[in-house]
Write a protein that binds this ligand. Structure first.
Ligand code: AMP
Ligand code: MG
Length: 396
C-alpha cells in the first residue's frame, strides 16, 4: 500500500497529450485554446460615440460658440458622414461613427435642441465621449493567448474577430465501466437483493462538466467476459474509468483481467479513506490510462475528484490553484490513513469555512449530495484544533 502523496505523484507522472482539433466557436466553451486569437481590425474599428447627444468640432467652442446648427442625425450602423462647419453639429447616437471634422460629443443631458439649434449648457472638454479607433487593441494584436480556457467572454471575442471555428486541445475518449451482478438499470425495479447503478451516472455527469462525453459499459462479475469486454473498450478509448471489482472480494476480477490484457499496474491500494482499493494502470505503448475505482459511491466520487481531475488538468496543461478551507471543528486524524471528508462550505468574513457532513461510510451516496467538496486530513497522531486549514477538493 502506498501513501496518498506517492499515489498522487504517480498519477500526475502519466499525463498524456491527445493533440488538437478544430471546433466551432460555441462548442469551444470550456476548452483549451491552442492558437493565439488576433485582432482582425482595430478595436474599436472607428471612432465611436459613447453617448447619445451631438458631435461638434471643438474649434467652435474655442471661438466662444454655444449654439450649433443641427445638420442631421447619425445612428449606429450608418456610414461615416462629414461635418460641414464648426458652427454645425450632428445629432449622434451611441455606437455611431464620429463624423469627419468632429472631435467632441456632448450628451443630450447637457444640451437643449429647439428649431434645429442645439444650445449647450455646460462647456465640454475637447475629445470627450469618444471611444477612439484602435484604443482597445490595434489590428494584429494578440487578444487571447493560446493555453487559455475559453470562457463565455472569450466566445464573444472570437465572434467579434470573425472566428467561427478555433483550434483547441483534444480531450480523451473515456469509457465509464460499471461492474457488479447486483446492479440494475435506473428504469428497472430492483429485486430485494439488487440496487440501481448510480456511480456511473455521477461520473458521466462529472465528465460532461469538463466537456467529455463518455461511453458507458456494464460488466457482470464474470472473469472471462470482463477480459473480453475490457479488451474492446481499451482499443476504442484513451481512458477507462471503472468502478467496482477492485477490492479483495472473491468476485473482484478487474485487476487480474487488466493485467492479463497487458495493462501495467502502477499501484493498487492507497493508505486513504475512502477509496483505498483504487487501482491505477497504463499501457506504455498505446498510451492508455486506466482509473479503476472501488465501487462504493463515495470512494468513486472522491477518487475522481482527487486524482482524475488534476490528471486531466495537467494533461491539458491547465494551471489550477490549490484551494484550502478552515474547518469549524476540532478533528482527530487517522494514524495511518489520509482521510477525505465530505464538507459543506460557506463564506464568512472573507474566509471559507467548512462544516463536516456526517456520512454513513463510503456506501452512503445520499450524504454526498449534501457536500460541495472534500477536505484532506493528513494521517497522524495529533489532533487538529478548530479553525485548522485543510486542502479542499471541490466536487460540485
Ligand atoms: P465493489 O467495489 O465492487 O466491491 O463494490 C462496493 C460497493 O459499491 C457494493 O456495495 C456495490 O454494490 C456498490 N457499487 C459498485 N458499483 C456501483 C455502481 N456503479 N453504482 C452504485 N453502487 C455500486
Ligand atoms: Mg462489485
Amino acid at each position: 500500500m502506498i501513501s496518498f502523496e506517492t499515489a498522487f505523484q504517480k498519477v500526475l507522472h502519466f499525463t498524456l497529450d491527445w493533440g488538437e482539433e478544430k471546433v466551432s466557436q460555441l462548442q469551444a466553451n470550456g476548452r483549451v485554446l491552442t492558437e493565439d486569437i488576433k485582432a482582425d481590425r482595430d478595436f474599436p474599428p472607428f471612432d465611436r460615440s459613447t453617448k447619445d447627444g451631438i458631435a461638434i468640432n471643438f474649434s467652435g467652442i474655442e471661438k466662444g460658440l454655444d449654439i450649433f446648427k443641427v445638420e442631421g442625425i447619425l445612428s449606429a450602423g450608418m456610414p461615416q458622414q462629414s461635418l460641414s462647419s464648426d458652427t454645425h453639429c450632428f445629432e449622434i447616437m451611441t455606437g455611431a461613427v464620429l463624423p469627419n471634422n468632429a472631435d467632441t460629443v456632448i450628451m443630450y443631458e447637457e444640451i437643449e435642441i429647439e428649431a434645429q439649434l442645439a444650445n449647450i449648457s455646460k462647456r465640454p472638454k475637447k475629445g470627450q465621449n469618444i471611444h477612439s479607433k484602435g484604443s482597445d487593441e490595434v489590428k494584429g494584436a494578440v487578444l487571447v493567448e493560446k493555453g487559455r480556457i475559453i470562457s463565455p467572454a472569450i466566445i464573444g471575442v472570437l465572434a467579434s474577430v470573425g472566428k467561427s471555428a478555433v483550434r483547441v486541445k483534444k480531450l480523451p475518449t473515456v469509457c465509464v465501466v460499471s461492474t457488479g451482478n447486483e446492479l440494475v438499470e435506473i428504469s428497472e425495479q430492483p429485486l430485494p437483493h439488487q440496487i440501481r447503478k448510480s456511480n456511473t451516472f455521477s461520473l458521466i455527469a462529472a465528465l460532461k462538466k469538463v466537456n467529455i462525453e463518455p461511453t458507458q459499459l456494464h460488466l457482470a462479475d464474470d472473469r472471462q467476459l470482463i477480459e473480453n469486454e475490457l479488451q474492446k473498450a481499451l482499443s476504442n478509448h484513451d481512458v477507462l474509468m471503472l468502478s467496482g471489482g477492485v477490492s479483495k472480494g472473491k468476485f473482484d476480477f478487474i485487476p487480474d483481467a487488466l493485467e492479463a490484457l497487458g495493462v501495467e499496474k502502477i499501484f493498487h491500494r492507497i493508505a486513504q479513506r475512502p477509496g483505498k482499493p483504487f487501482w491505477f494502470g497504463i499501457t506504455e505503448k498505446q498510451k492508455k490510462v486506466v482509473f479503476s475505482f472501488p465501487g462504493n459511491p463515495v470512494s468513486t466520487f472522491a477518487n475522481y475528484h482527487v486524482y482524475f481531475l488534476p490528471w486531466l488538468a495537467k494533461s491539458l496543461r491547465i494551471e489550477t490553484t490549490k484551494q484550502s478551507v478552515f474547518l469549524d471543528e476540532t478533528i482527530t486524524p487517522h494514524p495511518t490513513l489520509t482521510l477525505f471528508l465530505q464538507v459543506k462550505t460557506k463564506f464568512e468574513k472573507g474566509c471559507v469555512i467548512a462544516k463536516l457532513i456526517q456520512g454513513n461510510g463510503s456506501g452512503d451516496l445520499i450524504s454526498l449530495a449534501k457536500a460541495d467538496g472534500f477536505i484532506r486530513i493528513p494521517a497522524g497522531e495529533t489532533e487538529f484544533k478548530k479553525g485548522s486549514l485543510f486542502s479542499f477538493i471541490p466536487c460540485t
